[in-house]
Design a binder for this molecule. Sequence first.
Ligand SMILES: [Mn+2]
Length: 229
Amino acid sequence: MYYVLSDLHGCYDLYMAMLEKIRFSDRDTLFFLGDAADRGPKGIEILEDLRDRANVICLLGNHEDMFRRTAWGWGRQLSPPDREAWERCYQNWTGRNGGLVTWEAWLRLPEERRLRLLEWMDALPWYYEIALNGRAFLLAHAGVGRYQKEKRPEDCVLHDFIWERMDYSKCYYREKYLVTGHTPTGFIEPGLNNRIYTKNNHIAIDCGAVYTGTLGCVCLDSLEQFYVS
Ligand SMILES: [Mn+2]
């Protein structure tokens, strides 16, 4: 079976509880749609766990992107404009976006583990397409920003997949489901009560685990939903 998770944000225990709930095995595949770290405490542990499983396909989220940009630029001799860009990236990540806990944990790692993690994040795909049981899915962290009907995923830039917020009241693709995290479903539909949003060929799975204590997961084979709290 194929399962999708996203936005763990350091909630390692919920992640493990979900793997148990879905009885995740070597015969299954897990898509993780990004944002493993930040806000919550155990992001590095989650990232390394995802990386080390042969049957996990991890996509890049905006938090992994801020993490790798900050970490690669750290301690380098940068020209003044690059230095300013790095400062902005660092402040945005560690300040507004809850990355300080991850940054401090990363600095405590031995150098070999630090570099291995960054190199792995650099190689993460930005989106993934899969067809199963007659349904087609386009998976990305946030969506397909600056959407145009004729625009293909391969024509998008990274920002489109990891930062843009979609209009969930709109059906972008008639022939496939757009599966995303990034925007907690409570913001999409306030009465949703920490449940996965499924309308207009969107499957939005970020139930805001780090805020709500509820993690959602969807099985792409059956569209069955799973929750742990
Ligand atoms: Mn995000």
